[in-house]
Design a protein around this ligand. Structure first.
Ligand code: GRF
Length: 215
């Protein structure tokens, strides 16, 4: 399965995908890594792996619509079957959604629909929840609002600050995201036009993962 990964930051989820691919646990091929800004560490990581990189800088365009059209053109040139938002810190717009409808996934550091948007680990701490985690979901026009594909939970400890909680959540993300990409590649999750269809479930002893979402 051909994949384009969109990034803005350090790229630990990109690394998790690359590691899973190298270990034969994820049958995807990353055709390109695109960023919305220069200097994202994830771009260097991609280059070290010989993967094409592109920067479609938000600041170079007059508005989000025009930027999104340029991004869609660049991403489409790599003909991805799946677009993975791995720490991509911009909301995409109509062109991306039209080109890749139902084939864009995002990883978010909270158990959606709780704590969408920015600073999810801080939001979780502020609400004093005892359980948080991460969600891989399909991207729609809203903020972290598309159909949930899979979630993984982690405890929130009394001693946690944002850094320690986010680190624990990221540990879970690094397992969940490659697992979901593999599930899509192998047809365990089918991205149908009508929405995701779940053809199988995780191993019964793998309690950390949960899909499909409970109806
Ligand atoms: C992750 O926590 C992801 O959930 C959020 O942004 C962070 C990206 O981290 N959307 P990285 O760049 O993959 O290390």
């Amino acid at each position: 399965m051909n994949v384009v990964v969109l990034v803005s930051g350090k790229g630990s989820n990109l690394k998790a995908l690359l590691d899973a691919i190298a270990a034969g646990q994820c049958s995807a091929q990353i055709n390109a890594v695109c960023a919305d800004r220069d200097g994202a560490a994830a771009l260097l990581l991609a280059q070290e792996h010989g993967i094409a990189t592109q920067v479609v800088k938000f600041a170079d365009y007059p508005d989000r619509k025009t930027w999104d059209e340029a991004l869609a053109r660049v991403v489409a040139s790599y003909a991805p079957e799946l677009v993975v938002l791995a720490g991509f810190m911009r909301l995409i717009d109509g062109s991306m959604l039209a080109h890749f409808r139902g084939r864009i996934v995002n990883v978010h550091p909270a158990l959606l629909p709780a704590f969408p948007g920015l600073d999810a680990p801080a939001q979780a701490l502020a609400k004093r929840v005892t359980l948080s985690g991460c969600t891989v979901h399909l991207v729609d026009a809203g903020v972290d609002s598309g159909p949930i594909l899979a979630q993984a939970a982690v405890p929130v400890l009394p001693s946690d600050d944002v850094t320690s909680l986010h680190a624990r959540i990221q540990h879970a993300e690094h397992k969940l995201l490659p697992a979901v990409v593999q599930a899509i590649a192998h047809g365990a999750i089918v991205l149908a036009e009508s929405g995701p269809i779940f053809r199988s479930q995780p191993e019964a002893d793998d309690l950390m993962f949960c899909w499909p979402p409970v109806a």
